[in-house]
Design a protein around this ligand. Structure first.
Ligand SMILES: Cc1cc2nc3c(=O)[nH]c(=O)nc-3n(C[C@H](O)[C@H](O)[C@H](O)COP(=O)(O)OP(=O)(O)OC[C@H]3O[C@@H](n4cnc5c(N)ncnc54)[C@H](O)[C@@H]3O)c2cc1C
Length: 467
């Protein structure tokens, strides 16, 4: 008999499985897809020899994950590469703002906003050991209320409000706005300042690294370590009805509410079913992967040394693009998040060739192709880019959902990270459900979206404490 079943092999499912296996449980992971990893995989999406990240590419939360930092993942092949520039943010005049690992060096490029940057972002960097349990943990009474209150007062605001009040010039404002836009909400919504501040501060904590060989290396390391503890992963094994699983003491679902309801809805009270059905998914994502003949010819030299490039111009323009997607409109000039890993990891393409990954936010389930608009944004800051494209692969919101039931309508966050859904995801019960022994461990639980494994870790800790 096995002790625990985990449904889904995303980073949270695998982290839950590892936590259970470390406690001595016999664990089996069932994965619907033919390949392991959920939102953390790599594949030759364009041409032979070009390794693209199917979903996640850049991992500031992975390198900062308190749980993963306790695991011997380097022994199983995980190597983080920290690029010289974390995020570059080009402007139409050929200049670019950027973050590097050093807070001071970054602040020094921001002119008269440098001092405010050092104070506001620096507070998060300095207090990170006290703040991180709240940012990456389950809702709990804070151990360091003062540090958390200082962070919370800024974090609960909107990114727009914080950038406008704290900074006077576009570079600092746009840097914060670009990071805040990862949160997939309009920039005048509460909590978007917290998302922007946290991601910006992570530039100066562990950086915004990429794993050598691609995102798949993270999954492979987790699976190999799990195997060393006796855990097994079965692929091509969708769970369609929870009652058909092997008997076990605990079931942990790496699922968002909609797929959970599909396979286990009959186990729950009407009230809990209704609460899950009310859970709100957000905007979708349209993604492009390129095989390139040469690096992207950025006008701004800083962009040529950056792991991640944010293409959206001014804060106002980024805010408009996010609002459009949120309100069901197609942005003509979408905010584009771009990663260029082969500048730092040549193993992912044939000699002197490159890959690049980019996406923009679109209305949930949108069928509109954003390829032209995304490429126009790259051309805007890197004229001649299109001449370097050897092949492209696109992924629509519907493709994302078809590949992974968690990403409803292409929402890669597995649910909106609004004030209401941030601390009590997907309901006030967070990881537990009314069904005995059945838990949720996906990014639809705290602390939410991102490749860090903390949702899985906390869910497994709760399951173990109750078993
Ligand atoms: C295009 C894209 C870009 C992203 N970029 C980044 C990034 O750069 N950095 C970052 O930190 N995060 C990024 N993310 C988000 C990140 O990938 C997710 O937050 C993360 O993967 C969530 O992990 P998870 O374990 O909760 O679930 P998932 O990774 O969604 O894994 C869930 C797994 O469960 C499986 N499953 C579903 N239903 C069943 C079933 N019935 N039976 C069996 N198995 C099932 C799925 O196939 C999947 O493998 C990105 C996501 C996408 C899609």
């Amino acid at each position: 008999m096995i002790d625990a079943v985990v449904i889904g092999s995303g980073p949270n499912g695998l982290s839950a499985a590892i936590t259970l296996a470390q406690a001595g449980c016999k664990v089996a992971v069932f994965e619907a897809n033919a390949t392991i990893g959920g939102g953390v995989r790599s594949a030759e999406l364009t041409l032979p020899g070009f390794t693209h990240d199917v979903c996640s590419a850049v991992h500031p939360l992975g390198v900062a994950s308190p749980f993963w930092n306790t695991l011997p993942l380097a022994d199983y092949g995980l190597e983080w590469i920290v690029p010289p520039v974390m995020v570059a943010h080009p402007f139409d005049d050929g200049t670019a703002a950027a973050t590097v690992l050093s807070l001071e060096a970054t602040a020094a490029t921001l002119g008269r906003d440098g001092r405010a940057y050092t104070r506001i972002v620096g507070d998060v960097v300095r207090d990170w050991p006290q703040i991180s349990p709240a940012v990456l943990g389950p809702p709990a009474m804070p151990e360091h209320p003062l540090s958390l209150a200082k962070f919370g007062l800024r974090a609960l605001r909107s990114a727009r409000h914080l950038s406008m009040s704290a900074f006077r010039n576009e570079p600092a404002r746009a840097l914060l706005a670009g990071s805040a836009a990862h949160g997939m909400m309009p920039l005048n919504h509460a909590l978007t300042a917290g998302i922007g501040l946290t991601l910006t501060a992570l530039s100066h904590i562990g950086g915004w690294p990429i794993p050598r060989g691609g995102a798949q290396s993270i999954t492979n390391a987790l699976v190999k370590y799990l195997a060393s503890l006796g855990g097994e992963v079965f692929t091509g094994a969708p769970v369609n009805d929870i009652d058909k699983l092997l008997p076990s003491r605990m079931i942990l679902c790496d699922l968002s509410p909609r797929p959970l309801l599909r396979i286990a809805g009959h186990k729950f009270s009407r009230g809990y079913r209704r609460a899950l059905a009310r859970y709100r998914y957000g905007m979708g994502v349209f993604k492009v992967d390129w095989a390139l003949d040469a690096p992207i010819p950025w006008t701004a030299e800083t962009c040529r040394r950056a792991g991640t490039v944010h293409l959206g111009g001014t804060m106002k323009e980024i805010a408009a693009s996010e609002r459009d997607a949120w309100e069901g409109r197609i942005a003509e000039r979408p905010f584009v998040l771009l990663s260029q890993p082969t500048l730092f990891d040549p193993s992912r393409a044939p000699a002197d060739k490159h890959v690049a990954w980019a996406y923009c936010h679109v209305p949930s389930g949108s069928d509109v192709s954003m390829l032209e608009r995304i490429e126009a944004q790259v051309e805007r800051f890197a004229p001649g880019f299109r001449n370097r494209v050897l092949a492209r692969s696109i992924t629509t919101p519907r493709d994302l959902e078809a590949n992974n039931a968690n990403f409803v309508g292409g929402d890669i966050g597995a649910g909106v990270a609004s004030l209401r859904q941030f601390f009590t995801r997907p309901t006030w019960r967070t990881y537990s459900t009314p069904a005995k022994g059945l838990y949720l461990c996906s990014a639809s639980t705290p602390p939410g979206v991102g490749v860090h494994g903390m949702c899985g870790y906390w869910a497994a800790k709760l399951a173990l404490s109750r078993a």
